[in-house]
Design a protein around this ligand. Structure first.
Ligand code: SF4
Ligand code: SF4
Length: 415
């Protein structure tokens, strides 16, 4: 008798919808259940399959914002081995030398390639830094149900402007801390000593130039042999075991992640800077050089909940239209204006009141334009205002106010 495939897929392998967003199956287990009560912003303008960056800003229509190498923890790769498309890619990545015991982690040269791209304003346009999980022909992600925290929370435009950006970053940080903690916990449980692994990585700092290939970015065989230790040649076995372990302990993942002290190879990380061309070192995030303790996920979660409250809070006091913003009729004189031909108006926002170039632009329909125009005079936020706005809009009035204050187009005005 041939082996039969189980008819029901394990929910840990299935992406599910949180509000308007699909998130990886593991989120059912590794994050607090309270996440399902959180109202996530819709992010209506990040229309990925009809990507505005590709349409109007010259980004690659195939890769779009997937011109980077995501850090994917070992257990997500292990779980993804259950799917033929991702299994094939993961096995190729092992053979080509792109995976470490912790998962898919950029090598020093891959990191330098990425920073060179951002320094040359090539993010979204890169020829070199391309996620191996993206299927070029369809533009679809072959790791979708197992993608990492960055991929799951990235939106190039936010309904709530910077406030929305901070909200998603905070959720990403919680999820990333859990991913890193669980990845290291799984290794230790399987007899792969993480402390010793970090020491081996640090020992490579003196020969950092020989750790990865300058052209392809792949980790060199010598480096791989050292860091994989007894699992060199048995990489898939270890990844699979990490996935299985997390699957088995699914109901304890949040608790486990909060007990792990995440270890990092600081010496190795600092040495990696030598690989980055001097001209692009300013692209390195300041946080990269911080070697302090990381907060447990539950502390970051508390901050995230506060941001959530603040995101949807009804602004108090009076609001008026910001002098940094301009509302005008949609001129329909370029590709973007024409693509949004159903939007009668456009809002332009500048970093400073009289700045020549705008920071961002958004096309809006007549009802929103009318509601914004109403704030050319200072308006007190009260029940009467909400009622008036509700009659103008095809959207909840308080949601409208939290979004446009988040974008700083409506600002608090002094009495
Ligand atoms: S998030 Fe990425 S794919 Fe989606 S719209 Fe923005 S740039 Fe395009
Ligand atoms: S894992 Fe998927 S979503 Fe993330 S960068 Fe790769 S293709 Fe894009």
């Amino acid at each position: 008798m041939s082996p039969t495939k189980p008819l029901i897929t394990d929910p840990i392998e299935q992406a599910f919808k949180l509000g308007e967003h699909w998130v990886p199956g593991i989120w059912r287990y590794m994050l607090p259940v309270a996440l399902t009560d959180i109202t996530l912003p819709q992010e209506r303008r990040a229309t990925c399959l009809n990507c505005p960056r590709a349409k109007f800003e010259g980004w690659r229509p195939d890769y779009r914002c997937c011109t980077y190498h995501p850090r994917v923890p070992n257990f997500l790769l292990g779980l993804a081995l259950s799917q033929p498309a991702s299994e094939k890619i993961i096995k190729t990545l092992v053979l080509k030398g792109f995976l470490l015991p912790e998962g898919m982690i950029s090598s020093p040269n891959q990191w330098a390639h990425y920073l060179t791209d951002t320094g040359e304003d090539r993010f979204g346009r890169s020829e070199k830094v391309l996620c191996p999980f993206l299927e070029q022909k369809s533009g679809l992600c072959n790791l979708y149900a197992f993608r990492n925290s960055v991929c799951s929370t990235f939106f190039c435009q936010h309904d709530h402007g910077d406030k929305g950006d901070r909200f998603w970053s905070s959720l990403q940080t919680v999820a990333q801390q859990v991913e890193m903690g669980l990845g290291q916990w799984a290794l230790n449980q399987l007899g792969f000593d993480v402390k010793a692994y970090m020491k081996r990585l640090n020992s490579l700092s003196t020969t950092i130039e020989k750790v990865s290939d300058p052209e392809t970015g792949a980790w060199t065989p010598a480096a791989l042999k050292l860091v994989w230790g007894k699992f060199y040649g048995r990489e898939i076995e270890l990844l699979q075991a990490c996935g299985d372990l997390v699957r088995k302990h699914r109901d304890e993942l949040w608790k486990i992640a909060n007990t792990i002290d995440i270890l990092e190879a600081h010496k190795f990380d600092r040495a990696s800077v030598r690989i980055v061309p001097k001209k692009y070192r300013s692209e390195i995030d300041a946080e990269y050089f911080e070697s302090g303790d990381t907060s447990p996920p539950r502390d970051i979660w508390r901050g995230f909940k506060a941001l959530h409250k603040n995101l949807w809070a009804l602004p108090a006091g009076s609001l008026s239209f910001s002098p940094r913003a301009q509302l005008m009729a949609n001129p329909k004189d370029d590709a973007e204006g024409k693509a949004f031909k159903d939007c009668t108006h456009m809002v332009e926002f500048r970093a400073r009141r009289n700045a020549h170039d705008y920071e961002w632009r958004e096309y809006i329909p007549a009802d929103k334009a009318m509601a914004l125009l109403w704030f050319s005079r200072r308006r007190k936020v009260n029940a009467a205002l909400l009622e008036r706005l509700s009659s103008m809009l095809k959207q909840d009035a308080s949601q409208f106010l939290s979004e446009w204050t988040g974008k700083k187009v409506l600002t608090k005005s002094l009495p």
